[in-house]
Design a protein. Structure first.
Length: 365
């Protein structure tokens, strides 16, 4: 799959400085801004390029791999099939029956072969947490503030994650002799491999407290319920994911906690729907209003407005209200409110009403 050339999009050399990236972005964003008649697709691409090249970590990943990996190991395989960590793909050939290896973890073997370095890296931070929340259609457009109660592993406040009572002495871990890791030998069908694993007794610290913490019983962490205040940005779409850094599970010893990922689920609105950055709604009109024109009240996200209906409006026509749609992902400007007209056919006409309709029919209306 071809990847975008972000440097080419901004007209830059690959060794461009941060200032050159910023200057190029500002110039092109001004030129292609949708509110100034520019190309919206090009504007989004320019914004995407700037988000990558202005971030040192993302730019490094892009320069090395040609793409950016959010929250994961860039070496992890993205394809289907039998994927190994590090992007390995395993194909044993036709006729091979893998059922006999149901309890055999190939990723463990790869970790063991490389001295456990990859496992050590993944254990440097806590586990990520992923949850989903529902918001209304209006909240997805204008933004919202939500309180969420989640269960997570947090650092023990009594011992500050050390696992020992405050001011207690520490001693060298006897299990790993202060190394923080232990070696083990594993026999596989490919031979024997010696691996290095984090010591379970000291959890990699190499030392253990003489007196364990009375709150967490030496673990350094506690499980508890926590209430978080989350801000939902305006213009968010159904299925988008928010990331809150450091609000996943914690690890003992003050190591980095995981992250919290919140998947947004927008409850469908029976009267309105979103199409890109535009909002589509329906407006019912009487035949007389459509034929003669009128000014009617219309409810919008921002409150009621007066909408002018031109004479001769047809059923299915769309009236556009500029700037009353959803906020664009770039944060600049809004889409439009598209009002689809539906003309109501009168029912239960009186004799006078029927006579009037016959007169109109006689005039070809």
């Amino acid at each position: 799959m071809a990847t975008k050339d972000y440097y080419k999009l901004l007209g830059l050399a690959r060794n461009a400085t941060k200032e050159e990236v910023k200057k190029a972005y500002r110039s092109l964003a001004h030129k292609f801004h949708p509110d100034k008649g520019g190309d919206e697709k090009r504007f989004k691409e320019i914004n995407e390029a700037y988000q990558i090249l202005s971030d040192e970590r993302k730019r490094t990943q892009y320069d090395q791999f040609g793409q950016v990996f959010e929250g994961g190991d860039p070496r992890a395989g993205a394809g289907g099939g039998s994927g190994w960590p590090g992007g390995f793909r395993v194909d044993f050939g036709e006729g091979f029956d893998a059922r006999g290896f149901a309890d055999f973890d190939l990723s463990d073997m790869v970790d063991d072969f490389f001295g456990g370095s990859r496992r050590k890296q993944t254990q440097e931070r806590g586990r990520d947490i992923r949850i989903g929340i529902e918001i209304s259609f209006d909240e997805s457009i204008v933004g919202a503030k939500k309180e969420l109660e989640i269960g997570r592993v947090t650092r023990c406040s009594h011992c500050n994650g050390s696992g020992g009572e405050p001011d207690t002495a520490v001693r060298t871990c006897p299990a790993c002799e202060g190394k923080g890791h232990v070696q083990k030998t594993q026999r596989t069908f490919l031979g024997s491999f010696t691996s290095v694993a984090t010591c379970a007794d000291c959890r990699g610290a190499g030392k253990i407290p003489e007196q364990p913490c009375i709150e967490c019983r030496g673990k350094g962490v506690l499980e508890k319920r926590e209430t978080l205040e989350v801000f939902i940005p305006r213009g968010i779409r159904d299925g988008e994911v928010l990331k809150i850094t450091g609000k996943g599970d914690a690890l003992p010893g003050g190591r980095t906690a995981g992250d919290l990922y919140i998947e947004i689920r927008v409850i469908p609105d029976p009267a309105r729907r979103r199409q890109g950055d535009d909002i589509i709604t329906q407006l019912s009109l009487k035949i007389s209003q459509a034929a003669l024109g009128d000014t009617v009240d219309l409810s919008t996200i921002d409150g009621p407005i007066r909408l002018k209906v031109p004479e001769g409006t047809q059923s299915g026509d769309i009236l556009s209200v500029r700037g009353k749609g959803a906020w664009r992902a770039s944060g600049y400007g809004r889409g439009d409110l598209l009002v689809q007209i539906k003309i109501e056919t009168p029912k239960g006409l009186s004799k006078k009403g029927k006579d009037l309709m016959k007169q109109l029919a006689g005039e070809g209306m």
